[in-house]
Design a protein around this ligand. Structure first.
Ligand code: ATP
Length: 235
């Protein structure tokens, strides 16, 4: 699995109160793919992403990123960018200063950050020089996405990245993610919107109540499976 961006095998997560949020989740993300993790609220998407980013331990099963389990300090971390938990930005620094501070904390060379590419992708324009306390929710969201893209990681993991964006920004995000995956990079993105996954992703993994109900190329998933339509439409 060393060259596969992500392999998830038999993931199960039971929380301390005994609630099983994720059960028997297995899928992979290959280079060039934009994979949508699709399901209604509470389906287990965030839990799955938190496990694979090493933010919480699975009860059983595992998630391998380029053949490695992610954990704090793992060398493989530099090959992954993530927006899983909303990052807190320093309110009195500009967007760009926040990204620079974040990057400095990673200890990696400034030239590796590709600030210009990440900011262009995020489409923040001149507002990167404004203090983040003046940012709207949508601007914060775009700055967070730019932060996840710093270093142009080979695997990008985004939890509901279009949350808080307006329709033109959502359309732009689609273009961004498709473009992002074309250089052999890979994207995993969660969403509760069938239409969004249909328009953005090459593949979909549909989850409901912690289990996979369908997965495969997006054209096989959308429209052809009435059960999927029913499962995800009640959000
Ligand atoms: P959302 O879009 O609302 O975030 P989701 O698909 O990402 O939904 P999760 O956040 O993974 O779903 O939550 C799955 C289930 O696990 C939910 O029913 C939630 O209440 C439960 N859950 C999440 N965190 C915990 C926790 N720490 N302890 C107990 N149950 C939890």
């Amino acid at each position: 699995y060393a060259e596969t961006p992500l392999v998830v095998r038999g993931l199960r997560k039971a929380y301390a109160d005994g609630f099983v949020a994720v059960e028997e989740i297995s899928f992979s993300v290959q280079r060039g793919q934009v994979v949508g993790l699709l399901g209604p609220n509470g389906a287990g998407k965030t839990t799955t992403l938190r496990v694979l980013m090493g933010l919480t331990m699975p009860t059983s099963g595992d998630a391998l990123v380029f053949g490695h389990r992610l954990m704090p300090g793992a060398p493989i971390l530099s090959r992954v960018g993530a927006l899983v938990e909303g990052p807190g930005f320093l309110p009195h620094l500009s967007g760009l200063e926040n990204l620079k501070a974040y990057w400095r904390a990673t200890g990696r060379p400034e030239a590796d950050a590709h600030f210009d590419d990440a900011l262009e992708i995020a489409g923040l324009g001149d507002s990167v020089h404004r203090k983040t306390k003046k940012y709207s929710h949508g601007m914060r969201q775009r700055l967070a996405i730019a932060q996840a893209m710093l270093g142009l990681p080979e695997l990008l993991v985004l939890d509901e990245p279009t949350d808080g964006l307006d329709p033109p920004q959502i359309a732009e995000m689609r273009r961004v993610l498709k473009r992002y995956a074309t250089d052999g990079r890979a994207v995993l993105v969660s969403s509760h919107l069938l239409a969004e996954v249909e328009q953005t992703c090459t593949h979909a993994v549909v989850v409901n109540k912690g289990r996979i109900v369908a997965s495969g190329p997006v054209e096989d998933i959308v429209g052809e499976s009435p059960s999927v339509q029913i499962e995800v439409s009640d959000v």
